[in-house]
Design a protein around this ligand. Structure first.
Ligand code: WT7
Length: 659
């Protein structure tokens, strides 16, 4: 572990409470929050037992709550059985929710499609029946590589209905990433689309699947189900490929949900770590769904008449928990958007909030920051031009939100009437962990405030000792929680090593630096490992490095992050070529080639913003790359540190020129 982060907090403003929300909130006022928090702290098992019995529909009730006999491989409600899809759909069928709109889908080109809970249930059943007719069974694994669409939700829910574990791969990932994930989970089924549409362009998906499945190790895949989105040309492999519309045609609109064990893996979602290839984070069925549902009610204060909108893609955990599962379990009406916030103009989000009367809006700081820029350069794109009075709660997720962006969001989008809910969590935590409650918590811009009931968060030093207020340290969760990661698929040792280092007394290590202020509020200071956060997307520096060195021209590469006003961090790559240092034009050409290469190896989000060449990299005499110095160089600052331990100090000068 690297050393703890210390920094001085200068933000002292406090916002709220917000009467309009607080008066009838699900958790109203700090006393109510404290009471629930204390109940969970006094008797965690009793608390979670009560929640799981009150909020989930069980096929076979559980008799044990937490099984910690094989820690850190915790099990929750381990002898219970249920079905996640039944808990998201069937539970509403005999209630007024059945005829309520489940999803308002807005396509890239603006076309709007609505679907009720009853219709969604029928669609899920038809696809599940289709998949069943091909011979698939509970326990198999499916890759889902789909654009933002009702079909993506239908596919996830259909898998859950049959007990098939899904792994959604973000449509922006390359065929190579897709191939790796296919092999790692031993997928037998792939569900994809011909193309996806974003910002007026059509991007092929089926083609990437074909490329991935042409590679060795994917023989386990028996079928590819293809949703026809654009009608673009695709190649076809008879016997393997099936159109989704053909498969579901004539299928019954009911399909018995398969009861699975509470611990049955609902999904595996890949995320970047500090070393090696991405980790397959495995989530459970019952514990995960319980907390997805509870956080809808707690963090978003969800009410029957809310119109909820989470702008994340279903390829990320945010889209799993707060599009595909949480809102449906809660019976919410939600907006789902195919496109990008800047198309056809950077006012798209504000127009859509107005058009659909959105009440709860949840997006990422990187989107907010780029829309601030757009609004300030053109008044027509400013949120003040739109009627946003339907909003009652606005949220943020994915990276620290700087106080300036927070205040703009609060002022211009929330019109000073909506609490800003800065939710800290991770792919591994499954659900919100540290976050304000809109009807209770006084807000401080830049702080994710206080842990939810049942979350035992702390900031500790290297030996697991809690550090005093105002001091930096490692963010840990001291006690297991129901939605937590169960393991890394196929690599339990890596799971233990990454998240439960022995010196931390069995605490879960989040990988973030943090500090608490005098009132116990948490302030996240960024990652403590070699993980970057670019536009809210997690990226391992090692992943980008290995992509670069696999290029025939590259001898060696080191990748660091540099702070960026819009994307949070930007990727800067230091590269040693297998040929003399390129000059001028040649440097540009190779830089372009390398950026595209990384785009093809991982996905466009991993493309380095800058490439810098050197005849070598700064190394210690023992041959270790000095990333600390590279970070300083990447920021364009002068080196003030002692470089006497460097084997080759002159190299720093060479590396300061960017392409
Ligand atoms: C990492 C997790 C949470 C779902 C989407 C990202 C950073 C996330 C916040 C926040 C400060 C945040 C952390 C965390 N992060 N939310 N509100 N404030 N930092 O999930 O890809 O697993 O990334 O994102 O560094 O460890 P993820």
């Amino acid at each position: 572990m690297s050393s703890a982060i210390d920094s001085v907090l200068t933000e002292t403003r406090v916002f709220g409470p917000f009467e309009r929300v607080a008066n009838n909130a699900n958790i109203s006022g700090m006393d109510a929050y404290q009471a629930l928090y204390d109940e969970a702290a006094r008797d965690p098992n009793g608390f979670w037992e009560r929640m799981a019995r009150e909020h989930l529909v069980w096929d076979k009730p559980f008799t044990t709550v937490l099984d910690d006999s094989d820690a850190p491989f915790y099990k929750w409600f381990a002898d219970g059985e249920l079905n996640v899809s039944a808990n998201c759909l069937d539970r509403h069928l005999n209630t007024p929710v059945a005829n309520k709109t489940a999803i308002i889908f807005e396509a890239d080109d603006g076309e709007v499609t609505r679907i009720t809970y009853k219709e969604l249930h029928a669609r899920v059943c038809q696809l599940a029946n289709g998949i069943k007719s091909l011979g698939y069974q509970a326990g198999e694994r499916a890759i889902i590589y789909l654009p933002m669409s009702i079909e993506a939700v239908v596919a996830m829910q259909a898998c859950a209905r049959l007990g098939i574990t899904h792994s959604v791969v973000f449509g922006g990932f390359s065929s190579k990433s897709l191939h790796e994930r296919c092999v790692d989970i031993g997928a037998s089924l792939v569900i994809t689309a011909d193309e996806q549409k974003r910002g007026g362009r059509a991007i092929p998906l089926k083609k990437a699947v074909d490329e991935a499945l042409a590679q060795a190790g994917t023989e386990s895949v028996k079928n590819v189900i293809v949703y026809r989105r654009s009608g673009g040309d695709v190649e076809w492999k008879d016997g393997r490929d099936l159109w989704m519309h053909d498969l579901v045609e004539g299928q019954a609109t009911s399909c018995d949900p398969v009861p699975v064990n509470a611990e049955h893996p609902l999904y595996i979602l890949y995320t970047s770590g500090s070393t090696g290839k991405p980790k397959g984070v495995q989530h459970s069925s019952a514990g995960y769904l319980l907390s997805a549902l509870l956080t809808m009610k707690w963090t978003f204060d969800l009410k029957d008449d809310d119109i909820f909108w989470c702008t994340a893609d279903v390829g990320w955990v945010t889209g799993h928990t707060y599009i595909a599962y949480g809102p449906l379990a809660a019976g919410a009406t939600q907006i789902m958007f195919e496109g990008v916030p800047t198309y056809p103009t950077p006012a798209r989000f504000w127009e859509m909030i107005q058009r659909h009367q959105c009440t709860i809006f949840y997006t990422a700081p990187t989107a907010i920051r780029s829309l601030i820029k757009a609004a300030e350069s053109n008044d027509e794109h400013h949120p003040k031009k739109f009627d946003l009075t339907s909003l009652r709660i606005i949220g943020s997720v994915g990276e620290p939100i700087n106080p300036e962006a927070w205040v703009w969001y609060h002022t211009h989008v929330g019109r000073e009437r909506c609490p800003v809910i800065d939710t800290w969590w991770q792919t591994e935590t499954g659900v919100h962990m540290i976050t304000p409650l809109p009807g209770a918590t006084p807000l401080k811009p830049g702080s994710c405030t206080l842990p939810l009931p049942g979350v035992d968060a702390a900031v500790v030093d290297e030996s697991g000792q809690e550090v005093p207020a105002g001091k930096g340290g490692f963010l840990v969760i001291k006690r297991p929680w129901p939605a937590m990661i169960r393991t890394i698929w196929g690599d339990p040792e890596r799971f233990k090593k990454s998240y439960f280092p022995p010196e931390l007394k069995g605490y879960y290590l989040a990988g973030d630096g943090a500090q608490r202020d005098a009132e116990g509020y948490f302030w996240i200071m960024g990652r403590i490992d070699d993980v970057l956060n670019v536009s809210g997307h997690r990226l391992g520096t090692m992943e980008v490095e290995s992509a670069l060195v696999s290029h025939p021209l590259v001898a060696e590469a080191a990748v660091v992050g540099r702070p960026d006003a819009t994307t949070g961090e930007a990727v800067v790559a230091f590269v040693v070529l297998k040929r003399p240092l390129p000059q001028g034009e040649e440097g540009q050409t190779i830089a372009r080639e390398l950026r595209d290469w990384v785009g093809r190896e991982i996905g466009p989000i991993a493309k380095p913003r800058e490439i810098r060449y050197g005849e070598n990299l700064p190394k210690t005499r023992s041959g270790k790359i000095m990333r600390r110095l590279l970070r300083v160089v990447a920021q364009g600052e002068n080196i003030t540190q002692d470089v006497s331990t460097l084997e080759n100090p002159a190299i720093l000068e060479q590396l300061s020129q960017a392409y």
